[in-house]
Write a protein that binds this ligand. Structure first.
Ligand SMILES: *Cc1c(COP(=O)(O)O)cnc(C)c1O
Length: 413
């Protein structure tokens, strides 16, 4: 890693992003399944594979989130096995806690005292919580029209929330300018090489939780493209260490139709990503000019996967399908993943005998909007006869279980 201080995060000769460099030969000799298993029950069990030292154990640490089987969802999709990587189990309910844990460790090492970021919501939430735990100052730059849930969950930690009248891409440009004016740690600007590395620990965990096997396919949302590209990088690094008993999985990236610049580039077989103006329900992945779009394209291509979009009109139905079949209420971005997965199955890209892992990147409680209309409470007095009368109206025979509502599979099913 050649990154120094808080002010240089790109190469001085080519202006390309800097990236962490590891000595794989030395690591392969020292990092084993046993040394990892002996580590803490957090992402810091992979500390030798990260570009920073693990912080003090008193800090809240993300990682080692559940990998949950979802057999009813698998049945519904016509796939042998589906597992959900529940990133909702992290401290602020999204995978962004991983990226921030690594960036914050570097910020501390550099002696920085204020954390900042541009954000589509979850990152602001994770940065604000982390800064509070570290006793650091915090300011975040978000589009003013984000979900109120995400802005409140950020403000509560004492962060200054700048609500920008503009898109995420405008917030992002603003923080790039601010980073050369202020001595702050902008996690996704001057600390980006560290931030980006945090997400690969999801791949490490999936492999470890499957006893160092890999699934056939991983489905993951794409905003900036960092999460998707780094998941693939994580699997490849395990191959370099000789830890995997199979090839890395095929990587399926999902974008919402209203903001699909990486998917359209993939479909055209092109290289150059043309920025778009986002018009999507899935706010956390509403990035029209994705910083790591090229890395995401490369990951899909070299893993023999695909990039697929989900129609806006299916996002709510897909959130509902997941909740009704698995008991997991995930974000709109996960609805987008399910839509893309249903399409991949329909296209024959995923076989009926395969194992698919879906990265559940964020929590539905932060994006209830698309499914809010499902709440149709049965209003009744606290009176036995009145309730029984309602049940008769619901075709309930008084003995049997209440039949579950059948989830919609949307137009794709
Ligand atoms: C940030 C975010 C993404 C996209 O991650 P990128 O690294 O920007 O591609 C996906 N899902 C959720 C819930 C997010 O918060």
């Amino acid at each position: 890693m050649t990154h120094q201080g808080s002010g240089s995060w790109s190469c001085e000769s080519c202006f390309g992003p800097l990236d962490a460099v590891y000595d794989w030969e030395a690591l392969a000799a020292t990092v084993t399944a046993e040394t990892i298993a002996a580590g803490p029950s957090t992402l810091w069990r992979y500390a030798p594979l990260l570009p920073v030292e693990a912080p003090d154990a008193s800090m809240p640490a993300p990682g080692l989130t559940p990998l949950m089987p979802a057999p009813r969802l698998a049945d519904r999709l016509g796939v042998n096995r589906v597992s959900l990587k529940l990133e909702t189990a992290n401290p602020t309910h999204s995978f962004k806690d991983r990226a921030v844990a690594v960036a914050a460790a570097k910020a501390r090492e550099l002696g920085l005292t204020t954390l900042s970021c541009s954000s589509t919501g979850n990152l602001a939430n994770a940065v604000a919580a982390r800064a509070a735990a570290e006793g650091m100052g915090c300011a975040v730059f978000c589009p003013a029209e984000l979900e109120a849930e995400k802005l409140v969950a950020t403000a509560v930690h004492g962060a200054r929330v700048f609500a920008i009248g503009g898109s995420y891409d405008e917030c992002s440009r603003l923080t790039v300018e601010l980073a050369s004016e202020l001595p702050w740690g902008f996690v996704n600007v001057n600390l980006r090489p560290y931030y980006a590395e945090g997400s690969k620990t999801i791949a490490f965990e999936i492999a470890e939780q499957l006893d160092w096997e890999t699934p056939d396919a991983v489905v993951c949302p794409i905003g900036s493209g960092a999460l998707f590209a780094r998941c693939y990088k994580g699997f490849r690094e395990l191959t370099k260490l000789g830890l995997l008993s199979r090839e890395p999985p095929r990587m399926y990236g999902a974008q919402a139709e209203g903001c699909a610049p990486v998917v359209t580039t993939f479909e055209r077989g092109a290289e150059q990503i043309v920025p778009v103006r986002p018009q999507t329900l899935a706010q956390s992945i509403a990035i029209g000019d994705p910083a790591d779009g090229d890395l995401a394209l490369a990951a899909a291509r070299s893993s023999a996967g695909q990039l697929i979009s989900c129609p806006e009109s299916e996002i709510a139905a897909m959130m509902t399908l997941l909740a009704e079949t698995s008991g997991v209420f995930a974000e709109s971005a996960t609805g987008v993943c399910l839509g893309a997965l249903a399409r991949a199955v329909e296209l024959g890209a995923i076989d009926s005998d395969e194992h698919v892992v879906i990265i559940v990147s964020g929590d539905g409680l932060k994006t209830p909007g698309p499914v809010a209309g499902l709440l149709e409470p049965i209003e009744v007095q606290a009176d036995l006869k009145a309730v029984l009368a309602h049940l008769t109206a619901l075709d309930h025979n008084g003995h049997d279980r209440l039949a579950p509502k059948l989830p919609a599979l949307g137009a794709a099913g």
